[in-house]
Design a protein around this ligand. Structure first.
Ligand code: FES
Length: 374
């Protein structure tokens, strides 16, 4: 507001006498705004056309609420565990992600359509021209602006359209709940429950159970083919991604395929060049087998696959945010946002000459886990 305009300010007594309409116009005038056109969308209240418009908007908000509820239902109850193609239950599993996206997208879309429609059909039609000015707002400006907002609220009739108000609140509320479900959903499972099996949060799929060997398995592209690895299968300087395999799973196509899908399963088996100088991590001096080292492939920053290996420098690069890990130095981070070394899998070779895991990882795989010690 300019100094010139301030000369026409009403006194406090005059201000106190003004009604809402006068404050609205005064506020506009003092702000250099000329209201060219300002009138209710529905000068005659309660017409059939007005009621029809209100019903349409109510419908959009109600649809948003329904879509939000559907999202919550799918997120909480739809079968999400991996099922191999061609086996029973595959289609419900395959539809999980599309349904999550569809229901959440529709909830946002319907909420937006309802809000836009309400603005177009019930907020007073206004055409104003405003000059720009510098500086902050005075008490006078704040009061007149509040009067303008209150006026728009009263004229829009939101106070007396309780059905629209409630459905809009319902749609927005359920949508808010749906967005909370994503971060909170992952925290509902009790990490201390069933903490001894490979399916618990405290272990990875490499955990040997009931004395059964866990082999290092090559992924050939055929989820049902089993190819195990021996030291002579890799050249010095070589690198390969491997997955866990148990003999008890050999004749179970679903388990064979699922073993390749678990997020904690991929491990990089690296064969260093002979006589390479290596710094081993304290307490993990015997985790390697000769020149062979096995590290989790899941980046400790945000979980991307750290699959770019430069054998000359021994660096592993995560392509997501460029974290680099030094394989010659127990895969500790050298650069980028990752702060933890890649967990190392203890390995050896069995009596038949195949690589096996000597145990599970001894620390959390990937980026996040509560109460983690390293
Ligand atoms: S996920 Fe690997 S650097 Fe971010």
């Amino acid at each position: 507001m300019s100094g010139e305009q301030r000369q026409d300010l009403p006194s406090e007594a005059e201000l106190a006498e003004m009604n809402r309409d006068e404050l609205v116009r005064l506020g506009a005038k003092l702000d250099g705004v000329e209201i060219v056109h300002y009138e209710d969308r529905w000068p005659v209240k309660g017409t059939r056309a007005e009621r029809r418009a209100a019903r349409q908007i109510t419908l959009w908000f109600a649809l948003s609420a329904l879509a939000g509820l559907a999202f919550l239902g799918v997120f909480l109850f739809w079968p999400w565990r991996y099922v191999a193609p061609g086996t029973e239950g595959y289609w419900p599993y395959a539809l999980y992600n599309p349904l999550i996206g569809l229901t959440l997208g529709l909830a946002v879309l319907f909420l937006g359509i309802g809000a836009v429609n309400y603005t177009k059909k019930f907020i007073p039609e206004e055409l104003s021209v405003q000059e720009r000015h510098d500086g902050g707002s005075s008490e006078l400006d704040k009061q007149t602006l509040l009067a303008q907002l209150a006026d728009a609220g009263v004229r829009s009739g939101i106070g007396r359209r309780s059905l629209i108000r409630r459905t809009a609140g319902l749609g927005a509320g359920i949508f808010g709940l749906a967005t909370l479900a994503v971060p909170l959903g992952g925290m509902i499972r009790n990490p201390w429950k069933d903490s001894t099996t490979k399916d618990s949060l405290w272990h990875s799929s490499w955990l040997p159970e009931n004395g059964e060997k866990v082999y290092l398995r090559r992924h050939t592209g055929d989820a049902h083919e089993v190819v195990l690895i021996r030291p002579e299968d890799m050249d010095a300087g070589g690198f390969e991604t491997v997955f866990p395999f148990r003999e008890s799973e050999r004749d179970d196509p679903e388990k064979l395929a699922a073993a390749l899908k678990r997020s904690d399963a991929p491990v990089m088996l690296i064969r260093l060049r002979p006589n390479q100088q290596v710094v081993k991590r304290a307490g993990q001096e015997d985790f390697n087998y000769g020149d062979f080292y096995a590290y989790s492939k899941v980046c400790t920053h945000l979980g991307c696959p750290t699959s770019l290996y430069e054998q000359q420098t021994g660096r592993l690069l995560c392509p997501c945010h460029q974290s680099q890990f030094d394989v010659f130095h127990y895969a500790k981070p050298l650069f980028g946002p990752a702060t933890r070394a890649l967990p190392q899998l203890p390995i050896t070779v069995d009596e038949d000459g195949y690589f096996v895991a000597r145990g599970d990882f001894i620390e959390a795989v990937g980026p996040a886990f509560w109460e983690r010690k390293s």
